[in-house]
Design a protein around this ligand. Structure first.
Ligand code: NAD
Length: 486
C-alpha cells in the first residue's frame, strides 16, 4: 500500500483507479485511539469534490468491462481477496481495535466474518440469476435475468469497519457493479487496509475506489454525482434520511440500514442463566455499539427479581480496559464524542427518575474514553433511555405482568431491527414470531447475532425496508430484466 510517513505517523491515501493517491486538497486528518488518549493510529485524506469525481469516473469506465466478465471470474477475485485478508487478520484486527476500541477477540472475529463474506459472495457468481416463466404463447420463451445497477456508492459507519464495507462491496462486485466507498473517518485506516487486500488480489483498476473525508462533504457529493447509480448506507437515521431525500430527487436506488432500540423479553418460564448471559453479551459487547445491541430488557414479574440479581452479579464481573490487553472484556467508547453522548443519556436517565442499579460513571479517565457497564431500572416506558438509541453499554430493565404486555412494550418503539425472547413455551414463541415488529427475530439467543448467509435488516425506522446480506443482497445490487423471445 502506498503510504507516506510523517513524524512516525503513517499517512494513508485514497484509492482511485487502482492507485493510492493523495487528495488534491493536500489536507489530512488523524485517526485516534480511544483506548489511549493522544495516541494516533494514522492519518487519512480529507478529500475534495475533484477526488470524488476522479473515483466515480474511473468506476464508471471500469464497469463496462467488469460487468462483461463471467460471474465465476469475478468470484475468483473475491476468493483471492479472502485469502489475503485471512493472512492479514491479526494486523487488520489490531488496527480495528486501535481505531474504535472493540476488543481484539471481537475484532478478529469480525475480520474472520469478512473473509467468510468474500467467500460466500464468490459462490454467488455461479448461482442462478433468473426464472423461466410459462408464457401464454406456446412458441415463446419468457424469462427473467438480472443486470448490475452500475456504479454503487457505499457509505459505512465505524462500528463494524471490516464486516459492513465487505457485506456491501462483495455483493455489489459479484453482480457486476463497480464501487466507490466512503468509510467512517473514525475507522478510515482499517478500511484502507481492507481495500489494500482487494488491491493485492488484482481487481482491475477502477472496479474498487475509496475516498476518505468528511461525511457531509463526500457523502453529499456521492449522492448527487451523475456517475453514481445507487447508494448503500449504514449509519444514523438523520444522515440516512437526508441521503434518501437526495436519492429520490435524482431517481437513483438507495438502501439504508440505521438505528435500533432492541428489546429482549424474558418470560416467566425462561432459562434465566441463558437469558442473563445473552443480555450481557447482546447488550454490552463492543461497548453496546451495535445497531442490534440489546437496550431494553422486558422481564415478567414472576422472575424479575431473580433475573435482576443474577444480571447484576455478572455485570459486576465485567472488566473494562484497552481492547488489546488480555483480560479486557469491554473496551472504551469509540470516541470522545461517543463517550459524551453515552454519559449524557446516563444523566438523563437519572434526571427522569430511572433507578441506577449499576455503573453510570466514567472510568480510567486519564487513559481513554471508558465508561462502566450501566444498568437502569425503568419505571416508565416513556423515559428517554427507553426510547432513544444510546449506542453505548446501557441497559434499561422494565417489569411487566404478562407476555401480552411485554410484546406491546417491545413494539412501542419507532425502531424494529432486532428482538429476542427467552422462553421455553412454544405458544410464547409463536406469539413473538407473529406479533413482534422486527426484521431479526431471535428466540433463546441474543439480539446481536446474525449469520452472513441470511437476510439482514429492520422494520419501521430501522431500515429502508430492504435487506442486506445472504441471497437477499441480489435485490439491491441488480435490476431485473423480463425477456420475451419468439
Ligand atoms: P453516521 O450516520 O454519523 O455516519 C455513518 C456514515 O455516514 C459515516 O461514513 C459518515 O462519515 C457518513 N456521513 C456523515 N454525515 C453525512 C452526510 N451528511 N451525508 C452523507 N454521509 C454522511 O453514523 P455513525 O455514528 O458512524 O454510526 C452509528 C449509527 O449507525 C447508529 O445509529 C447505528 O445504529 C447505525 N448502524 C446501523 C447498522 C445497521 O445495519 N442497521 C449497523 C451499524 C450501525
Amino acid at each position: 500500500m502506498n503510504t507516506t510517513t510523517e513524524s512516525k505517523t503513517t499517512t494513508f491515501l485514497n484509492y482511485i483507479n487502482g492507485e493510492w493517491v493523495a487528495s488534491d486538497t493536500g489536507q489530512t486528518e488523524v485517526s485516534k485511539n480511544p483506548a489511549i488518549k493522544g495516541e494516533v493510529v494514522g492519518s487519512y485524506q480529507l478529500s475534495s469534490s475533484n477526488d470524488f469525481n476522479d473515483a466515480a469516473t474511473s468506476a464508471r469506465i471500469a464497469q463496462k468491462a467488469w460487468r462483461k466478465l463471467a460471474g465465476s471470474v469475478r468470484g475468483d477475485y473475491l476468493l483471492k481477496a479472502a485469502s489475503i485478508l485471512e493472512e492479514r487478520i491479526d494486523d487488520i484486527a489490531a488496527t480495528m481495535t486501535r481505531e474504535m476500541g472493540k476488543t481484539f477477540a471481537e475484532a478478529k472475529g469480525e475480520t474472520a466474518r469478512g473473509v467468510a463474506i468474500l467467500r460466500y459472495y464468490a459462490g454467488e457468481g455461479m448461482r442462478s440469476v433468473g426464472d423461466v416463466i410459462p408464457s401464454t404463447d406456446s412458441e415463446a420463451l419468457l424469462f427473467t435475468t438480472r443486470v448490475p445497477v452500475g456504479v454503487v456508492g457505499v457509505i459505512t459507519p465505524w462500528n463494524f469497519p471490516v464486516a459492513i464495507p465487505l457485506w456491501k462491496m462483495a455483493p455489489a462486485l459479484i453482480y457486476g457493479n463497480t464501487v466507490v466507498i466512503k468509510p467512517a473517518s473514525e475507522t478510515a485506516i482499517t478500511c484502507a487496509k481492507v481495500i489494500n487486500c482487494l488491491h493485492d488480489a488484482g481487481f482491475p483498476a477502477g472496479v474498487i475506489n475509496m475516498v476518505t473525508g468528511s461525511g457531509a462533504k463526500i457523502g453529499t457529493e456521492m449522492v448527487n454525482h451523475r456517475e453514481i447509480d445507487a447508494i448503500t448506507f449504514t449509519g444514523s437515521n438523520t444522515v440516512g434520511k437526508q441521503l434518501a431525500h437526495s436519492a429520490v430527487t435524482r431517481g437513483i436506488k438507495y438502501q439504508l440500514e440505521m438505528g435500533g432500540k432492541n428489546p429482549v423479553i424474558v418470560a416467566s418460564d425462561a432459562d434465566l442463566d441463558l437469558a442473563v448471559d445473552a443480555t450481557i453479551s447482546g447488550g454490552l459487547k463492543s461497548t453496546g455499539q451495535k445497531c442490534t445491541a440489546t437496550s431494553r430488557v422486558i422481564v415478567q414479574k414472576e422472575v424479575y427479581d431473580r433475573f435482576k440479581e443474577k444480571l447484576l452479579e455478572k455485570v459486576a464481573e465485567i472488566t473494562v480496559g484497552d481492547g488489546l490487553e488480555s483480560g479486557t472484556w469491554m473496551g472504551p467508547c469509540a470516541s470522545e464524542g461517543q463517550l459524551n453522548t453515552v454519559l449524557s443519556y446516563i444523566e438523563k436517565g437519572k434526571e427522569e427518575g430511572a433507578t441506577l442499579l449499576f455503573g453510570g460513571n466514567r472510568v480510567l479517565e486519564n487513559k481513554g474514553y471508558y465508561v462502566e457497564p450501566t444498568v437502569f431500572e425503568s419505571t416508565s416506558p416513556d423515559l428517554t433511555i427507553v426510547r432513544e438509541e444510546i449506542f453505548g453499554p446501557v441497559l434499561a430493565l422494565l417489569k411487566v405482568d404478562t407476555l401480552e404486555e411485554a410484546l406491546e412494550l417491545a413494539n412501542d418503539s419507532e425502531y424494529g431491527l432486532s428482538a429476542s425472547i427467552f422462553t421455553t413455551n412454544i405458544g410464547n414463541m409463536l406469539s413473538f414470531i407473529n406479533e413482534m415488529d422486527a426484521g431479526l427475530m431471535r428466540i433463546n439467543a441474543e439480539s446481536a447475532g446474525v449469520e452472513l448467509q441470511a437476510p439482514f435488516g429492520g422494520m419501521k425506522q430501522s431500515s429502508s425496508h430492504s435487506r442486506e446480506q445472504g441471497r437477499a443482497a441480489i435485490e439491491f445490487f441488480t435490476s431485473i430484466k423480463t425477456v420475451f423471445i419468439k
